[in-house]
Design a protein around this ligand. Structure first.
Ligand code: AMP
Length: 215
C-alpha cells in the first residue's frame, strides 16, 4: 500500500495531509470532517511539536493525537527492539486505556504497526508477553506501567512520542508521583502531548516541566 498523502479523500480530512492508509481508515468511520481539536492539533503534531490540549472526552481528542502519532511512527519507521516502546500513551483508568487502544486499532488498521495495552487489576502474564517483542504503541495506566518497568519487562529509552491523557484526573487519583517517575525515564527529545480538561496549579507546573515550546 502507498503511504503518500491521499489527495482525493472525499471529506474535510484532506486538508490535514494525512497519509492514504489513515484517510482510508477515517473514511471507513464515515467522519464527515475533522472536529475543532483535530483541525487545530493535527498539523502541529505532524510537524513534531509538543502540545497542550484543553479538551474533554467526546471532542474527538483521541483521533487528534492518534492520527499524527500513527503517521509519524509509520513515516519514521524503525524497529522498537526487544521490550522497546516507540510511543507511550498514559491514561488514568482501565476503561480509558481500552478505549484508546481500540481507537488506535481502528485508525491504524491499514498500517501494520504493533500495539499493546496494559492496566492494573488483572494478571500481568499476557501483558508481559505482548511487550516482549517490542511495540510501536503502548497504552497504559501509570501504576501497572511502572510495575512492569521496575520488573524490566519493558524499556522506555526509545520513546519517540509521549502522551499524558486526562492529566487533571491523574492528579485527582493520586497518580502524579508515578507519572513524574515514568517521565524521568523517557528521553528528553521525545515529542510530548498533555491533555487536561482543567488546569489546576499542579498541572500548570507539570506542563512547564514536560513540554517544550508547546502549541
Ligand atoms: P473522543 O473524544 O476521542 O473520545 O471521541 C469521541 C467520539 O467521537 C468517538 O466515538 C469517535 O469515534 C468520534 N469521532 C472522532 N472524530 C470524529 C470526527 N471527525 N467526526 C465524527 N466523529 C468523530
Amino acid at each position: 500500500m502507498q503511504t503518500n498523502t491521499a489527495s482525493q479523500t472525499p471529506n474535510g480530512f484532506n486538508t490535514l495531509n494525512l497519509i492514504a492508509p489513515l484517510c482510508r481508515a477515517v473514511n471507513d468511520e464515515e467522519y464527515a470532517s475533522p472536529t475543532p481539536i483535530q483541525m487545530q492539533a493535527v498539523p502541529h503534531l505532524l510537524e513534531g511539536r509538543d502540545l497542550l490540549g484543553c479538551a474533554q472526552t467526546g471532542t474527538g481528542k483521541t483521533a487528534a493525537f492518534a492520527l499524527p502519532i500513527l503517521q509519524r511512527l509509520k513515516e519514521n519507521y524503525q524497529s522498537a527492539g526487544k521490550k522497546g516502546v516507540r510511543s507511550l500513551i498514559l491514561t488514568p483508568t482501565r476503561e480509558l486505556a481500552v478505549q484508546i487502544s481500540e481507537s488506535f486499532e481502528i485508525y491504524g488498521r491499514y498500517l501494520n504497526l504493533s500495539q499493546a495495552v496494559v492496566y492494573g487489576g488483572v494478571r500481568q502474564e499476557k501483558q508481559v508477553k505482548a511487550l516482549r517483542p517490542g511495540v510501536d504503541i503502548l497504552v497504559a495506566t501509570p501504576g501497572r506501567l511502572l510495575d512492569l518497568y521496575n520488573q524490566k519487562y519493558l524499556r522506555l529509552d526509545k520513546i519517540e512520542v509521549f502522551v499524558l491523557d486526562e492529566a487533571d484526573r491523574m492528579l485527582d487519583m493520586g497518580f502524579l508521583p508515578d507519572v513524574k517517575k515514568i517521565h524521568s525515564f523517557i528521553t528528553k527529545n521525545s515529542q510530548t502531548m498533555l491533555f487536561s480538561a482543567t488546569m489546576p496549579i499542579e498541572i500548570q507546573r507539570l506542563t512547564k516541566a514536560f513540554l517544550k515550546d508547546p502549541v
